[in-house]
Write a protein that binds this ligand. Structure first.
Ligand code: APR
Length: 245
């Protein structure tokens, strides 16, 4: 970890003094738990074409193939536990009056580590949505024996995740905006994401307008690095326990 100690100290201090903290996470925070990322070397989208397994059209054409992809991820995720990065954020949340984790991850490792104020902007791999009655339920049976699974109403179920070509939830967007308006964060951590989506960049940008210290935690450079005040070039599992006691 080649992170300047003065940067570590500055972020640690700012987190201790903050009354409001905003955290954006991506696949990178779960990497040290054994969960593959999407776009870095060996990532999911280098093994599988997302257009074939993560779009409404792919699901309509071949629901079984799409479910095989998600079933495999669920089987792998079932073996994964939160890492020290998830645990440090859960500790921080217990000390902060106002804190929100906006995660792009569909795993439940933030909650498994004890975080409670989490918004899953891309949905959850542990939820299903009925294509008929639209009901959303938690579905943890892994592996799913019969693919595609069916709802009690008879229609097939889909993973309750946001696919390419679909929009994120306006309700969740409102919740994020309301948090940023009512509790402008003194510190914003952007952890383990390529920041591939405009809404991720714009929420990070919005915090800078209220003078938040914007900190990127990522071993690599991303589209967001240029606007960050501090870039901690290290893995989140290693660095988060150093800035959150
Ligand atoms: N600690 C911190 N960051 C890490 C670590 C680590 N141990 N390992 C990898 N990273 C960083 C990588 O450098 C990369 O910038 O995590 C990022 C992972 O990027 P992606 O694989 O693109 O994942 P993410 O940004 O979360 O993708 C966003 O895209 O396809 C959709 O729905 C999918 O939610 C996902 C979204």
């Amino acid at each position: 970890m080649n992170v300047p100690s003065e940067d570590l100290e500055r972020v640690k201090q700012a987190l201790e003094e903050a009354t409001s903290v905003f955290v954006i996470t991506g696949a990178g925070i779960s990497a040290e738990s054994g969960v593959p990322t999407f776009r870095t070397a060996g990532g999911i989208w280098q093994q599988v074409d997302p257009m074939k397994v993560a779009t409404p059209e792919a699901f309509a054409a071949n629901p079984k193939k799409v479910w095989e992809f998600y079933n495999d991820r669920r089987v792998r995720l079932k073996q994964c536990a939160p890492n020290p990065g998830h645990e440090a954020l859960a500790r921080l949340e217990r000390r902060k009056e106002n804190m929100l984790i906006l995660t792009q991850n569909v795993d439940s490792l933030h909650e498994d580590a004890g975080s409670e104020r989490v918004i899953h902007i891309h949905g959850s791999i542990w939820e299903v949505r009925c294509m008929g009655c639209r009901k959303v339920t938690i579905h943890r049976e892994t592996p799913i024996p019969e693919l595609p699974p069916h709802c009690a109403c008879g229609a097939i179920l889909r993973p309750n995740v946001v696919w390419f070509g679909e929009t994120i939830s306006p309700i969740q967007c409102t919740l994020v905006e309301r948090f940023l308006e009512q509790h402008p964060p003194q510190v914003t951590l952007v952890i383990g994401t390529e920041a591939s989506f405009g809404y991720i960049i714009s929420w990070a940008e919005e915090t800078k307008r209220s003078d938040s210290l914007l900190v990127e935690i990522n071993p690599g450079v991303t589209d967001l690095s240029g606007m960050a005040d501090i870039c901690l070039r290290s893995s989140s599992g290693e660095i988060l326990p150093k800035i959150i006691s």
